[in-house]
Design a protein around this ligand. Structure first.
Ligand code: ADP
Ligand code: MG
Length: 338
């Protein structure tokens, strides 16, 4: 059983950046307004994430890392949406199988914080001995150490600390662009300061400026695609908004388009191809624009089970929806051109 769990876990969490994405989503789901990330050796030695969200109830601590334990199913209606939003109670369980996981958490009602450690899905020490009182503020600190210590093949497959840290910074950057009203800090333990600092009060344009610089930030166009009711009913696209640039800079580190579907950072190759091919008619060869788009698609229509990490998604009426988005962006860009 333990081997099966380990294999399953190693497919869901394939790199420190996957784990970080899950932990970041949990912090945001917990209503945090400030999130601090600390990384050592690309997240392989240490990945620590501190949030000022609701914290976790003491009673829930023993089962926190059991598979399919989730507090995010509030009503029966949500059952259909559970997989599409990624609420499935698998993240912490998986992490506890491939790393050493400890949690310090405090709710507003608690007088002190509680500290626990997990191995292979279980609370070390059990309810009686495994939950220790410590000092702490309301919120949660998740400490993930020695990732893949028991999966040497996975460790060998990873590139290196620098690349893994770059992927972590990308995930934090992308979420900080999407989630306004939350502050994000990210740093390396061995570093000389913050590698990313987004103030809670910064607006989206300022967030993009801190990450991509003024050249991009000063050339942003907001996207607000009006979806008519008929299109929504037929194809299931409720909303689409975002920010795009009308310029780009040659030789710049390639900027990947950023897509959120139903508030989760996703990879969507067909949409990416369509956007890139549209831009190729506006920008010189080799130039990459900045593109951030947030789509709201009827949850039942979204399939996140394309890959165990749930990063890649497919959705119903993909062609129609992508065409609608590309048409709207084309209209925006062609107006600027003339
Ligand atoms: P899911 O997010 O799919 O519910 P996870 O394994 O990511 O599953 O987390 C399990 C549960 O642990 C969550 O449903 C939530 O109740 C709790 N949890 C995890 N991280 C946090 C956090 N940072 N703050 C508060 N609760 C958390
Ligand atoms: Mg989660």
């Amino acid at each position: 059983k333990s081997v099966v769990n380990l294999i399953a876990a190693g497919e869901i969490i394939i790199a420190p950046s996957n784990a970080l994405k899950e932990l970041l989503e949990n912090a945001i789901d917990a209503g945090a307004s400030q999130v601090e990330i600390m990384v050592k050796e690309g997240g392989l030695k240490l990945l620590q994430i501190t949030d000022n969200g609701t914290g976790i109830n003491k009673e829930d601590l023993p089962i926190l890392c059991e598979r399919f334990t989730t507090s995010k199913l509030v009503a029966f209606d949500d059952l259909r949406e559970i997989s599409t939003y990624g609420f499935r109670g698998e993240a912490l369980a998986s992490i506890s199988h491939i790393a050493r996981l400890s949690v310090i958490t405090k709710t507003a009602q608690d007088e002190c914080a509680w500290k626990t450690t997990y191995r292979e899905g279980e609370l070390v020490g059990g309810f009686d001995d495994g939950i220790k009182p410590v000092a702490g503020k309301t919120g949660t600190i998740l400490v993930v150490e020695d990732m893949f210590y028991n999966v040497p093949s996975r460790l060998r497959a990873l590139k290196g600390a620098t690349e893994e840290y770059a992927k972590i910074l990308d995930v934090v950057s992308n979420y900080s662009i999407h989630v306004e009203n939350v502050g994000f800090n990210c740093q390396r333990l061995s570093g000389t300061g913050l590698d990313l600092m987004i103030r809670k009060t910064a607006n989206r344009k300022d967030r993009i400026r801190s990450i991509y610089g003024s050249n991009i930030a000063n050339n942003l166009i907001p996207v607000n695609i009006e979806i008519d009711k008929k299109f929504d009913e037929e194809f299931g696209l409720n909303k689409c908004h975002g920010m795009i640039s009308n310029t780009s800079f040659e030789n710049r580190k390639a900027i990947q388009p950023i897509f959120f579907i139903n508030n989760r950072l996703v990879i969507c190759e067909p949409l990416k191809r369509a956007i890139n091919s549209l831009y190729s008619t506006y920008l010189p060869k080799g130039h990459k624009p900045f593109v951030y788009l947030s789509l709201e698609i009827r949850p039942q229509n979204v399939d996140v089970n394309v890959h165990p990490t749930k990063r890649e998604v497919r959705f119903l009426n993909e062609d129609e929806i992508i065409e609608q988005i590309v048409l709207s962006i084309d209209q925006i860009l062609s107006k600027l051109d003339s």
